[in-house]
Design a protein around this ligand. Structure first.
Ligand SMILES: C[S@@+](CC[C@H](N)C(=O)[O-])C[C@H]1O[C@@H](n2cnc3c(N)ncnc32)[C@H](O)[C@@H]1O
Length: 241
């Protein structure tokens, strides 16, 4: 008896490799067409297996700083943000809102007597931020920002966190409304290759128009420790006064 052969196109092979990295069992995509086994995979199948940012960071939180900022991830955007901030702000006090604050690493990088409030969807990340002395808002940025009054924080930071939001425009409007003195953003240039390979759905906002920026340039941002892909980051500083 001749055993059936599995037919796999080059396109499906590529998707199969992505699924491999995501740990998805592809068994259910192999169908018997009466004669052969055929691997049927489409891009929509990949999208249906994307996981939420919460689930991803749930597993990642304890190792976040060593992996993302250590030699593996070599994250530069946070150091760059601190350098830009101190270039323009010498009186080192005020209230900072850190959007997608993660573990609250920013507090270790800025010199000064600031109060920190962090927004993040993931409570394990907030646990570390809270230990660092952050007040925390455990909500999605989309839900949290509309509830924050106008001009209620001196400085608003959003570092490598807006890639998880599909529509960035209302977020930018809120940030501008909330910040009293300045805004510091890092917008990641998430390429099609990165979007295909990363297990969480992410969006490229690196080309969005930002008015009034005093600093606006691209750096080599960080290397993803799950995909090995290096992502460039657009650093933006907007003074409000
Ligand atoms: C790449 S980390 C950046 C953390 C920190 N800002 C830094 O640069 O080290 C992205 C953070 O955004 C958070 N995040 C993802 N989606 C979010 C959302 N919709 N609202 C708020 N935070 C979110 C994640 O939990 C994670 O802590």
């Amino acid at each position: 008896m001749i055993s059936p052969r599995i037919y796999i196109t080059e396109r499906a092979l590529h998707i199969y490799e992505i699924f491999g990295k995501m740990g998805v069992d592809i068994g259910k995509f192999i169908v018997h067409d009466g004669v052969n086994l055929v691997l049927k995979l489409q891009w929509n199948d990949v999208m249906s297996f994307k996981i939420s940012a919460q689930k991803f960071y749930n597993d990642f939180a304890p190792n976040y700083e060593s992996k993302f900022c250590g030699s593996q991830g070599d994250a530069q955007h946070v150091n760059e943000a601190a350098a830009i901030f101190h270039k323009y702000h010498r009186n080192n006090h005020g209230h900072i809102l850190d959007i997608g604050c993660g573990t609250g690493l920013l507090k270790d990088l800025l010199q000064g007597e600031f109060e920190y409030t962090g927004i993040d969807v993931f409570e394990n990340m907030l646990h570390y931020a809270s230990e660092r002395g952050y007040k925390v808002i455990h909500q999605s940025v989309v839900d949290a920002l509309p509830e924050i009054p106008d001009a209620s924080y001196d400085f608003v930071f959003a570092l490598s966190s807006l890639l998880f939001v599909e529509d960035i425009h209302p977020i930018l409007t809120h940030i501008s409304r909330i910040a009293r003195q300045s805004i510091l953003l890092s917008l990641d240039e998430v390429t099609q290759e990165y979007r295909n390979n990363f297990t969480v759905a992410v969006f490229d906002h690196s080309k969005v128009h930002i008015s009034g920026a005093k600093e606006d340039y691209l750096i080599r941002g960080w290397t993803s420790c799950t995909t090995g892909i290096t992502v460039n980051t657009r650093m933006i500083y907007v003074p409000k006064i």
